[in-house]
Write a protein that binds this ligand. Structure first.
Ligand SMILES: C[S@@+](CC[C@H](N)C(=O)[O-])C[C@H]1O[C@@H](n2cnc3c(N)ncnc32)[C@H](O)[C@@H]1O
Length: 273
């Protein structure tokens, strides 16, 4: 499956984020704020705490210039800009998501601090030494050439700049046919192990590399996410149709089962340029 096709039909969308935020605000006067969106616009595991954990590892302060690689609808970028006061560029491949991220950001008045750029993380369209920190959450799983992404992050960071990201990791019992299905269904490709990523970070030139296994932490989070999609069944069917809902439910169940079986997990990585 092509990654853009997967996100064109993803249950988390700009419309769904706006509708959920409006429902939650019912009766409250005034314009929508970034805070109103945070419960709905984070398309990774662990919500705002997970963004904070990366921001701490990347040493993000109010003066930092931050690149969010695979930024999705811009939720983490807006969270960092509004809570930490930094400037963030969100790099996103999918045209609909990049446009949606920019519209949501304008709507909540953060366009002065968050910029969305449409582009490919494997060929970062930025000059060298432009950013103090690079972050990414659950995006690299879609990119075959992870070495190119890491080399690009190393290039665009200033000396001493920090990279921190989370991603799926393959564990020893993940079978080839299961990898194939993850590609066919969820556009997941070239999944790395914890040690594989550690090596890739070293080859890209990063020092002080850390690799943390989050698999145990992710298990209940992923079951909860499957429950969330099931809870939103009516909305998903209305937007994407019954057939797609069933297909998505089957593929997400397959994915969560792999995580619960210990065949797939998550890792948090960091390093210094
Ligand atoms: C699971 S979402 C995560 C979004 C965001 N990081 C968040 O936490 O809300 C993965 C995102 O990566 C984007 N993506 C996949 N491949 C990409 C690439 N080669 N370059 C840039 N973005 C990419 C997808 O379009 C999708 O929006």
């Amino acid at each position: 499956m092509r990654v853009s096709d997967f996100y064109d039909r993803h249950p988390i969308s700009e419309q769904q984020v706006l509708a959920a935020a409006r429902r939650r605000r019912r009766g409250v006067a005034g314009p929508l704020t970034a805070e109103d969106l945070f419960e709905f616009d984070q398309d990774h595991y662990g919500g705002l705490d997970a963004v904070d954990a990366l921001a701490r590892r990347a040493g993000i302060t109010a003066t930092a210039r931050v690149l969010d690689v695979c930024a999705g609808l811009g939720g983490p970028a807006r969270f960092l800009a509004s809570r930490r006061g930094c400037r963030v560029v969100g790099l996103e491949l999918n045209p609909g998501r990049a446009a949606g991220a920019a519209r949501l950001t304008r709507r909540v008045g953060l366009s002065d601090r968050v910029t969305v750029v449409r582009g490919d993380a494997a060929a970062l369209p930025f000059a060298g030494a432009t950013f103090d920190a690079c972050l990414s959450q659950e995006g690299l799983l879609h990119i075959e050439d992870k070495a190119a992404v890491l080399a690009g992050c190393h290039r665009v960071l200033v000396p001493g700049g920090r990279l921190a990201f989370t991603d799926w990791i393959a564990r020893p019992r993940l079978a080839d046919r299961e990898r194939d299905r993850l590609w066919e269904w969820m556009a997941a490709t070239g999944l790395q192990t914890l040690d594989g990523y550690r090596r890739l970070l070293g080859h890209a030139g990063f020092t002080s590399v850390e690799a943390e296994d989050l698999s145990a932490e992710w298990r209940p989070l992923l079951r909860a996410r499957l429950d969330m999609y099931r809870h939103g069944r009516d909305d998903i069917v209305a937007r994407l149709g019954e057939a797609w809902y069933r297909e998505f439910d089957a593929l997400y169940t397959f994915f969560v089962d792999l995580v619960e079986a210990g065949k797939l997990g998550g890792g948090r990585f960091s390093g210094t340029r």
